[in-house]
Design a protein around this ligand. Structure first.
Ligand code: ADQ
Length: 479
């Protein structure tokens, strides 16, 4: 029986070694949820790193881990601490991540991290080949595995391969600066179908392919010597029902069942909440947001005591120096702004630096009158969609950076330039004063779209397009 093989850097579960036994907890991230419909059933496996470096595993533990993974239809790729350091923190997060988000000043080009990136992609390819049968379909995810499609194709020329990039693909002028640009493009072009969140990323990729590799492009088809690769956009959605239903349950909770955070929010009901949630990452525009909020309080002092920024930053990549610098900058900014404006009964910013359980995320989504999301660059931004899905009464205003993929589909949100503090301050005022009928009108339209294009539809659309790609490519080649 043919199967689908999903491949991503990390497997969709967390492993913990406890006294020679292995505990597994499923991941709750967007990708894990999104792929649920593809990964469920007996005809699919997921290949990725387990999160445990080789050095931590003796023969016995290795077997235990493999068995635990097998129960969840997962197969591990063995990575060493060196691999993680050079491939993950190195080339993936010090080269590709900043460059693809237009942070050229943070981008490092190091030969040893590139070599490790190549070697780890090869390790993934080896595990895939070991698990691959004739007729299987492969779906590779994200920027850590750009070389993988070609590596698989070399060994298995006829297999059907899809690739999806979760972050932006930068414009040609930025992409061309990377020394390994040809290798990276060729790696991706090993796929039959390459998917992006937006049409803009798709165009950037096609333009880079044409100018760097000289391939002929026909609409969104790249013509190679003996194959055609289709390039298309598939904007990722969310598990709409999960957020909507959780918000519905939340609203029906009796007072005594409320979480501590919710009780605290209820006590401060006289200040409207402006929410932001992101991983602590320089691409998310957290420092900008704080400065813009400070400017807002200066420009519109009538909101002192009447509005509060609730900022949740989830720790991320804290071994990378830029992330440590950013963390310090944010700590200082929050301290300074709170020190400057706080009154006995009101603190302008509530800042949480941690991951929160799902029910607390729902507390925040359902209690905030405004969501203020200001990334400098963001492939999609699922938080924007989760906020809107959680507004059961259809009230609430989404302010969203035009640099996010999500802004392309969410035109009823208030779209801002994250570098324009004047615009952010004015938009915040406008949002806090927006009449309820207008909020409801905007959210009704947004919810309708999010409900229809949910994450399951995204995954199914991609798989369907992958299935059709080979047939269509053959037709074009025969013409
Ligand atoms: P991320 O950069 O991680 O993803 P995002 O799309 O916002 O960004 O997804 C974050 C996810 O984490 C959301 O589903 C959110 O609910 C969850 N989350 C946030 N804070 C949390 C917390 N404190 N506790 C638990 N969960 C939390 C990358 C790209 C994005 C792209 C996605 C999907 O950078 O641009 O949208 O992949 O393709």
């Amino acid at each position: 029986m043919s199967k689908t093989i999903i491949i991503s850097n990390r497997l969709p579960l967390q492993l913990r070694i406890d006294n020679n036994s292995i505990e597994t907890t499923p991941s709750v991230g967007g990708l894990a949820t999104g792929m649920k419909s593809v990964h469920s059933g007996s005809d699919s496996i997921w290949i990725g790193w387990s999160g445990l470096p080789e050095e931590k595993l003796d023969k016995n533990l290795e077997e235990l881990v493999a068995n635990a993974l097998k129960k969840h239809q997962c197969v591990g790729v063995p990575l060493t601490e060196y691999d993680i350091d050079k491939f993950y923190f190195g080339f993936s997060n010090n080269t590709l991540w900043p460059l693809f988000h237009y942070f050229m000043e943070y981008t490092e080009f190091e030969k040893d991290t590139w070599d490790a990136y190549y070697d780890v992609n090869q390790k993934f390819a080896d595990v895939v080949i070991e698990n691959l049968n004739e007729g299987d379909t492969i779906w590779v995810h994200d920027y850590q595995l750009l070389l993988l499609p070609e590596m698989i194709r070399k060994k298995k020329p006829n297999v059907s391969i899809g690739f999806f990039l979760h972050i932006p693909f930068p414009s040609y002028e930025v992409f061309r600066t990377i020394p390994y640009r040809k290798e990276l493009l060729k790696g991706m072009l090993g796929a039959d179908l390459i998917g992006f969140h937006t049409y803009d990323y798709e165009r950037h990729f096609l333009s880079a392919t044409q100018r760097i590799l000289g391939h002929e492009i026909n609409f969104n088809n790249v013509h190679l010597d003996n194959r055609i690769v289709k390039v298309d956009s598939f904007p990722m959605g969310i598990d709409y029902e999960k957020f909507y239903n959780a918000a519905l349950d939340h609203d029906q909770k009796e007072k005594k069942e409320k979480t501590e955070i919710q009780q605290e929010i209820d006590k401060h009901y006289n200040a409207k909440l402006i929410l932001s949630i992101d991983r602590l990452d320089y691409t998310k525009g957290i420092a900008n947001r704080l400065r813009a909020f400070e400017y807002f309080l200066e420009k519109y002092p009538q909101f002192k005591g009447k509005a509060r920024l609730v900022m949740l930053a989830v720790p991320s990549r804290s071994d990378v120096p830029q992330y440590q610098i950013l963390k310090n900058e944010i700590d200082q900014l929050v301290g300074r702004i709170n020190g400057k404006f706080a009154e006995v009964s009101w603190t302008p910013i509530w800042y949480f630096y941690r991951s929160m359980p799902f029910e607390n995320l729902i507390d925040l989504y359902t209690s905030s009158e405004v969501a203020l999301l200001t990334p400098i660059r963001d492939g999609m931004n699922l938080v924007a969609k989760e906020y809107v899905a959680s507004r059961v009464d259809k009230k609430g205003v989404l302010i969203l950076s035009e640099m996010t993929g999500a802004s392309k589909e969410m035109s009823e949100a208030l779209i801002i330039n994250p570098n324009n503090f004047e615009e952010i301050a004015d938009t915040l005022k406008f949002a806090l004063e927006m009449p309820e009928e207008e909020q409801i009108k905007r959210n009704t339209a947004l919810q309708k779209r999010l409900k229809r294009y949910n994450v399951e539809k995204w995954a199914n659309d991609f798989m369907e397009a992958l299935e059709n790609t080979k047939t269509n490519a053959k037709k074009i080649l025969l013409k």
